[in-house]
Ligand binder design. Structure first.
Ligand SMILES: *[C@@H]1O[C@H](CO)[C@@H](O)[C@H](O)[C@H]1NC(C)=O
Length: 369
């Protein structure tokens, strides 16, 4: 027994030693990381000072490897972090330079996060689409320019694509609809032009689609309504025209719909306001007309219902006062008329929710009916 125990310990020690000796990061991965580093300049925190020595898998800041073969799996560099290095420097990160195409030789990469460094410019290396294992691509909060790679759809394992808060221009590549595993798409706050792909609904795993603050034109493809898991759709502050597809009202888990500050016309689909799963709806600053549908029930629950700055006419439906809860209601700057219903969901609302209509009257407006 004793002998077996000692023998086991020896075998284990030998195994541990030989694995650390044999399995250090391959020189090609190390070279790729050093080339990536040399295209960047990080003056305040010194994170790249940890990138020394031959084994890029041990103690290189932001690098993790596959323990079985020591290939680089993850590059995770966040400029906003609670990490000690940031605490010590007493500031958030800042980096200039560009993303070297040398990254593309890290062909086992699953996660590439180079986020919130504020000053990294240049284009997203097009060769990134040849990384077959890439699951997470997060480049939020830099100064990246140029287009999204045309063949981005090749990244068959991608679940997160986040390039928000950059200066990406050009159109949304049509191949994007081939990202069969994509769950989170965030292109917000860029300079993206062109239309939304008509077959965007092919992205059947998507739960968040944030495309706000771009220059996207054309209409909202009704195929989006077929994305069963979509919970959060934000197309606000674009140049989107046409009407709101009625099918959006029958989406099973959609809870946030922001279409504000576009050029939408037509009526608000009845199905949209009767969808009791919808919790935050902002349709403000469009050219929506017609009447407010009379579809509210005791199951109606809105944290936000902002329909301000449209061309809505007629009366506020009495049924709205039967709602279970309405946190923030804004019907101002329309052509509504008649008396404001009384009752609970209206008790806490201020006059500003109703101002600048044609002839609304009653509390909380000063005008008596
Ligand atoms: C709705 O969108 C408008 C215009 O984009 C914005 O000004 C407003 O603050 C939003 N409403 C809410 C409640 O967030």
């Amino acid at each position: 027994m004793k002998f077996t125990g000692v023998y086991l310990v020896v075998v284990l020690l030998v195994a541990v030693f030989s694995s650390t000796v044999v399995n250090s990061c391959p020189p090609s991965d190390r070279e790729a990381l050093l080339a990536f580093k040399s295209a960047l300049n990080e003056p305040y925190l010194g994170i790249f000072k940890t990138w020394t020595g031959t084994d890029c898998c041990s103690n290189w800041y932001g690098i993790s490897c596959d323990p079985t073969d020591s290939r680089v799996n993850d590059v995770v560099l966040r400029g906003e972090s609670e990490d000690k290095i940031f605490e010590k420097a007493g500031r958030s990160g800042y980096m200039t330079g560009s993303l070297s195409p040398s990254l593309c030789s890290l062909d086992r990469l699953t996660t590439l996060v180079v986020a919130d460094w504020k000053g990294i410019s240049g284009e997203i290396p097009a060769c990134i689409t040849s990384l077959p294992h890439l699951r997470i691509l997060d480049l939020i909060g830099n100064q990246l320019t140029g287009k999204l790679p045309a063949d981005i759809g090749k990244l068959g394992k991608l679940t997160v694509l986040n390039v928000a808060d950059n200066k990406i221009s050009g159109e949304i590549p049509s191949s994007i609809v081939n990202l069969a595993r994509l769950m989170h798409l965030d292109l917000s706050n860029n300079q993206i032009t062109g239309v939304l792909p008509a077959d965007l609904g092919k992205l059947s795993m998507m739960s968040r689609a944030l495309l706000n603050r771009n220059q996207i034109s054309g209409s909202i493809p009704s195929s989006i309504a077929g994305i069963y898991r979509l919970a959060d759709l934000d197309l606000s502050m674009n140049r989107i025209s046409g009407s709101i597809p009625a099918q959006l009202g029958s989406m099973p888990v959609l809870s946030t719909l922001n279409l504000d500050s576009n050029q939408l016309t037509g009526q608000i689909p009845v199905s949209l306001l009767s969808n009791t799963g919808l919790n935050i709806v902002n349709l403000s600053r469009n050219s929506l007309d017609g009447y407010l549908p009379d579809v509210f029930t005791p199951r109606t629950y809105f944290s936000v219902l902002d329909l301000s700055f449209n061309k809505l006419k007629g009366a506020i439906p009495k049924s709205l006062s039967s709602a279970k809860y309405i946190g923030h209601l804004d019907l101002s700057n329309n052509h509504l008329c008649g008396s404001i219903p009384m009752g609970f969901p209206f008790d806490h609302l201020e006059a500003s929710s109703f101002t600048n209509n044609d002839c609304l009257c009653g509390s909380p407006l000063m005008r008596v009916c």
